[in-house]
Design a protein around this ligand. Structure first.
Ligand SMILES: NC(=O)c1ccc[n+]([C@@H]2O[C@H](COP(=O)([O-])OP(=O)(O)OC[C@H]3O[C@@H](n4cnc5c(N)ncnc54)[C@H](OP(=O)(O)O)[C@@H]3O)[C@@H](O)[C@H]2O)c1
Length: 337
């Protein structure tokens, strides 16, 4: 018998448009480890378990199978379309004139939908790498961030919004300098921004900046992505779910440390989008938003866990004259050229 969590009990976030989204969603990136069949089967299970938000992307290579799952759930009456919050993203090789529209059309066809609830620019540059490539591979055509190029892409996002094909538009893996440069130029501002957020990487300054702009942060890798691809692993990375503070709080609540990460995320205010293909895991990830909150003391203890430990460094998107992955993140407060 499948675990069921009443979606009405799952807290909601009010977006700047006045529309609501669930406070938690399910990720669908198989990390080169889980097949499209496994991920789409998990989405099918998760809808029946009570999930209403799903974070998709064309580059995850599984939208066609996930689309079949959505259609079956809608046809069987498990859920109504308006109860779902489905997101997708345009990949780096589809930023050119007209390409964003094409990419969105393909995603809608694959997901078998008339619209997505939010559509993101997946990375803020058109720097492409082949799926599954190793961490040292570089594309000689890659370039540093360009406000002009980004805005050409964003104009197409705005057009998709005008056409009603995407209900909200969003950015991902941005920095404060990049946002300061592009936000004043947006005719339609982003409603949502995806960023890496987990207890050991809280990005407090960027988080506060995004919230102050009335934009909802969505946190990816909320558990510290223990199954991320090899190319995204380095010896200095810290495993959130093994830190003593998380282990201790988890013990006190009788839950896995992964679930502590999600309670912290929801109580802080971001929307975490944890991934799992295992029913017991994804059910407990959803249930944890409805019961047994962390105390203020525990929230304070978790604030102190931050190690500024970025896991998705993005080195495969570097341009030829770049020094290191730090160049992608504008750490000195200006856009690195
Ligand atoms: N915008 C972007 O650029 C971007 C970048 C990265 C990710 N994302 C999105 O964010 C989503 C989540 O990130 P992620 O998949 O990298 O990492 P994550 O959600 O932090 O970690 C996923 C892993 O955590 C483990 N896990 C999940 N629930 C658990 C539980 N209750 N107990 C114990 N272990 C649990 C699972 O490992 P086991 O299978 O070993 O149990 C699972 O594979 C992605 O799927 C994707 O949709 C977006």
């Amino acid at each position: 018998m499948m675990d069921w969590i009443d979606p009405k009990l799952v807290p909601k976030r009010r977006l700047s448009t006045g529309e609501e989204s669930p406070c938690i969603g399910m990720g669908t990136f198989g990390s080169d480890r889980f097949s499209a069949e496994q991920v789409s089967a998990a989405v099918a299970g998760a809808i029946r378990c009570g999930y209403r938000m799903f974070d998709c992307a064309s580059v995850y290579g599984n939208e066609a199978l996930i689309g079949k799952v959505f259609t079956a759930a809608l046809e069987e009456g498990v859920v109504k379309r308006e109860e779902l919050f489905i997101t997708s993203k345009v990949w780096n090789d589809m930023h050119g004139q007209g390409d964003v529209l094409l990419s969105c059309a393909k995603t809608l066809k694959d997901l078998q939908l008339d619209y997505v609830d939010a559509y993101f620019v997946h990375w803020p540059f058109p720097n492409y790498h082949a799926p599954g490539c190793d961490g040292d591979s570089r594309n000689p055509d890659s370039k540093p961030f360009s406000v002009e190029e980004f805005m050409k892409t964003w104009r197409q996002m705005e057009r998709l919004h005008d056409m009603g094909l995407v209900r909200h538009i969003g950015m991902s893996s941005m920095t404060i300098p990049k946002l300061e440069a592009v936000l004043p130029l947006c005719r339609i501002k982003p409603t949502v921004i995806e960023m890496e957020l987990h207890p050991c990487f809280q990005q407090q300054e960027l988080y506060d900046y995004v919230v102050a702009q009335n934009i909802q942060p969505i946190g990816f890798c909320p558990i510290g992505s223990p199954t991320r691809p090899e190319r995204d692993m380095t010896p200095d990375d810290i495993a959130d779910i093994q830190t003593p503070q998380l282990v201790e709080i988890a013990k006190a609540h009788g839950i896995h440390p992964a679930v502590v990460c999600l309670k912290w995320a929801v109580q802080r205010g971001q929307i975490p989008i944890p991934f799992s293909i295992h029913e017991a895991e994804y059910a407990s990830n959803l249930r944890c938003t409805t019961v047994d909150p962390l105390s203020q003391q525990e929230m304070d203890a978790l604030r102190a866990v931050d190690k500024n430990c970025r896991l998705i460094k993005g080195q495969v998107f570097l341009w030829p004259h770049a020094q290191s992955w730090h160049d992608l993140w504008d750490e000195d407060g200006t856009i690195t050229q």
